[in-house]
Design a protein around this ligand. Sequence first.
Ligand code: BG6
Length: 488
Amino acid sequence: MNPRTPKSAPAMASPTRPDNYVLVVFGATGDLAKRKLLPGLFRLAAGGLLPKQYRIIGSAPRQFSLSDSDFKKHAKDAVEEFGGITPTPEAWQNFEAALSFASADPDDTAPLLAAVDLAEKEIGSKPRRLFHLAVPPAAFRSMVELLGASKLNVGSRIIIEKPFGTDLASAVALNKTVHSVFDESQVFRIDHFLGKESVDNILALRFANQLFEPVWNRDHISHVQIDVPETLSIEGRANFYDATGAFRDMVVTHLFQVLGVIAMEPPSKLTAEALRNEEVKVFDALVSINPKHVVRGQYEGYLQEDGVAPNSTTETMVAVEAKIDNWRWSGVPFYLRSGKSLGANRQVVTLGFRQPCLKMFAIDRESKGSGSGGEIVIDFGDPGSITSNFLAKEPGPVMRLGRASMVFEYQNSFNAANELEGYEHLILEAMLGDQSLFTRADGIERLWEVSAPLIENPPPVEPYARGTWGPDSINRLIAPHAWHLPET
Ligand code: BG6
């Protein structure tokens, strides 16, 4: 995870506050709960965005069980360490009064049932229930079945973490299990990239302005890059990562979702149904990934990491050329790259524009971006920015072109105190029952379907030095274009 700047609680009250809730976090002693969920829930509470009455029950299998007071301490430590916020005594007291802990195992659901029952009685008049499955993917199935067997599914909502399956067959099987217990309208498959302010802002940029949409197509755009390099390595996650790799960890989930937002047609209205229909249409039009147009890299020293198989061929970085076979994007390659131990921590979409058809000016063909027709660069790492790079006349007697840019920066334009982190935003949306920013069963299955040729026939991994941008072949993959990152 990226280090985050210290934050205050979001200042703006939500236009609609969720109904009263009992929220159960499965995996409450795990990494995700510590880094994101507990700090996020506290910030939502402190910002007045949680329901008037709520209870948060931390849950885990009995061998990780905590007492209520230990869970409260665990939550406070998590908020202080990862929320970048020191709670005021009053805010903390209010929040911790809502916390309790109950173990849950398929063969023993009694503690959880008792805790939910107590929380509901304390709130009174039938609060809603939300279950957050912040557990390893291998446990999704048994947790869903546990909820079905104990009837806790009835009328409840469920947030399911990524990765949703490891291939098409497992995603189909998991959807089948989920649908045997929950209706799709109760299911919120979370991808925290979709909760990022600056990813949502792509919808605003494209569809709230007349300026961009007319050029957002194959006639004007030569290629698109979705680039999410990370400097961190696998950081003790070998167990998960060595079985997963960069493609499953980042591309099938986060990067394809961003691609959906960049590439979708304008939805007829801003509803979950209309938005998700358009997103799934993009996935339908994706061409199956050709393994010949993929680079898989492994950072030097990966095989020596604790818990990594000595002969592992898992990729720690991947670069993929994706194609969308539809009227808008035919012939426009989308280059997706992500990986660990790379040269910088960035989250960037770059739209490269075609050169003007009349070449009046001498253009430096070596220079990328604006030198070849301009680019729009959307930095969707918090707090985010949008830059339009273009060519301008340099002052002086001769007509010489220089690179120039127009920049929108979130932090200088709006009240950053209102910003919600991806998880905070999505937990709130799930409580409100709005599925717009959550992935749908058919969309997920389609992404695994187009990924099948690569999963079945991956090219060999190539080594790269830590702190670089991957093996040299990433440049051949994108030629004749060039990676926007690193910025020169
Ligand atoms: C997670 C991946 O889903 O996203 C991690 O499992 C990755 O490997 C993380 O580091 C990146 O998200 P963020 O928002 O922390 O940059």
